[in-house]
Design a protein around this ligand. Structure first.
Ligand SMILES: [Cu+2]
Length: 471
């Protein structure tokens, strides 16, 4: 304000400007936001002194349903607040460590030119505040993180966030901007185990996380918390990767990035499907959404997505555009020349047939290994949240005819097994009657299951009933 007034008065009175007047900067406090929100674009045309206040806090919060973790945070959230400044700004960082913290913390901002990115000046004991300033020389999207020893542990516990240094002319205008940050968690027990989970140093050293998530927890951007947009809008995702170890293959299923500012720099590439986001790095992805639907955001190192939590959702509403995406327009029987469905069964029926229950169990065991084990596992224990157990399965034991139909026709939609709901797809498997009978007899006579024997005749009869409909 003061410098404006001076300029105005000087001009009015035609007085010479006082020496050094151009260097007086306006001062403001940065608007910071919490993921997935991004502060508004900067409209200032001149550099300013920007005060950024961040508090470090240690707290217990949700990592996944039923799973809690003691997070170390910037601002009480994972990731920490999004900071937005302009190239040329003088940024004054005030780092306060909450009095209830057990650890000292500091901050290394990759946007800083200077020792430790600020870490050397911000080592802060509980109940203290450190202050330092830096000049934002280079535009780009930067990660910040705690760099207090043991550094890996401070980062693994959740201490990272993003700071955007806008170019002087700003970034091209878009309709919506979101803040998405990937990271991993290393817990003592495996994925999904309920309770307060301590950090596991061994797993962190081996780089084998149990959780890979967007915005600090499994499902942080799903369901009611999904990102939202309307057909025709331009979306910009500010993507960060806190690590501490993994590199992300960032991808939005069903979209192509029109532009990616790779590694968070200022040069953009066009038409990108998947962009690498290094640990301690970032990317800015711009894309227009043309057709409605739920777009799934993943780390395309795909087991991380479907088994460790690295999925988020972008829900786009608005009118269909059948020219760009038709939806399913056909479902026809496919019978290639020289092959009929029957031939599969002819081939199968030439396989040995069982003459006793014992033999059926034995043949069933080897057929289980080829047809089922990849998903349901060798001991029938399944995989939590992905494949339901067959060992001691109440669903399996309750109704043999229904189980036959599941094997022959597959299963999809929500199904409850031993109190856990699974909502996935089991494909229809091409099994002959004899084979299905053997597998089921093996299942029923293993792992504490009900002990039935299933015959090929029973399979043939149940086959007629078709697919099991789930509610
Ligand atoms: Cu720390």
């Amino acid at each position: 304000m003061r410098s404006h007034l001076m300029l105005f008065l000087s001009a009015m009175l035609l007085l010479p400007l006082p020496a050094g007047a151009q260097e007086v900067m306006e001062e403001e406090t940065a608007v910071v936001t919490y993921a997935p929100e991004v502060p508004p674009a900067i409209t200032r045309k001149k550099p300013a002194k920007v005060i950024v206040k961040i508090e470090t806090r240690e707290l217990v919060a949700r990592l996944a349903d039923g799973v809690e973790y003691t997070f170390w945070t910037f601002g009480g959230t994972v990731p920490g607040p999004f900071v937005r400044v302009r190239t040329g700004d003088l940024v004054e960082v005030h780092l306060s460590n909450h009095p209830d913290s057990k650890m000292p913390h500091n901050i290394d901002l990759h946007a800083v030119t200077g020792p430790g990115g600020g870490a050397a000046s911000t080592f802060t004991a509980p109940g203290h505040t450190s202050i330092f300033s830096f000049k934002a020389l280079n535009p780009g999207l930067y990660v910040y993180h705690c760099a207090t020893a043991p550094v890996g542990m401070h980062v693994a516990n959740g201490m990272y966030g993003l700071i955007l240094v806008e170019p002087e002319e700003g970034l091209p205008k878009v309709d919506r901007e979101y803040y998405v940050m990937q990271s991993e968690f290393y817990t003592k027990d495996k994925y999904g185990t309920a309770g307060l989970q301590p950090f596991d140093m061994e797993k962190a050293l081996k780089e084998q996380p149990d959780y890979v998530v967007f915005n600090g927890s499994v499902g942080a951007l799903s369901g009611d918390a999904a990102l939202q947009a309307n057909v025709g809008e331009k979306i910009r995702l500010y993507v960060g990767n806190g690590g501490p170890n993994l590199v992300s293959s960032f991808h939005v299923i069903g979209e192509i990035f029109d532009k990616v500012y790779g590694e968070g720099g200022t040069a953009a590439s066009d038409n990108i499907q998947t962009t690498l986001v290094p640990a301690g790095g970032s990317a800015i992805t711009d894309f227009k959404v043309d057709v409605p639907g739920t777009y799934i955001i993943v780390d395309h190192s795909i087991f991380r997505a479907f088994n460790k939590g690295a999925v988020a959702q972008l829900k786009v509403s608005g009118p269909e555009n059948k020219e760009i995406y038709s939806g399913k327009i056909g479902d026809e029987v496919y019978l290639p020349e020289g092959s009929t469905l029957q031939s599969i069964f002819q081939e199968s029926s030439s396989r040995p047939s069982a003459s006793s229950k014992e033999e059926r169990i034995k043949l069933g065991e080897s057929a289980y290994k080829t047809n089922c084990m990849a998903c349901h596992q060798s001991g029938g224990q399944g995989i939590p949240s992905a494949f339901p157990p067959l060992a001691g399965s109440d669903f399996l034991n309750a109704d043999p005819n229904r189980a036959i139909r599941v094997l022959l026709h597959g299963l999809s939609g929500p199904v409850k097994v031993n109190g856990e709901t699974y909502d996935s797809v089991m494909p229809a498997l091409q099994l002959a009657d004899e084979e299905a009978a053997n597998i089921l007899t093996y299942l029923y006579n293993s792992w504490g299951n009900a002990g039935h024997e299933i015959t090929p005749e029973q399979v043939a009869e149940a086959r007629k009933a078709g697919k099991v409909e789930n509610s």
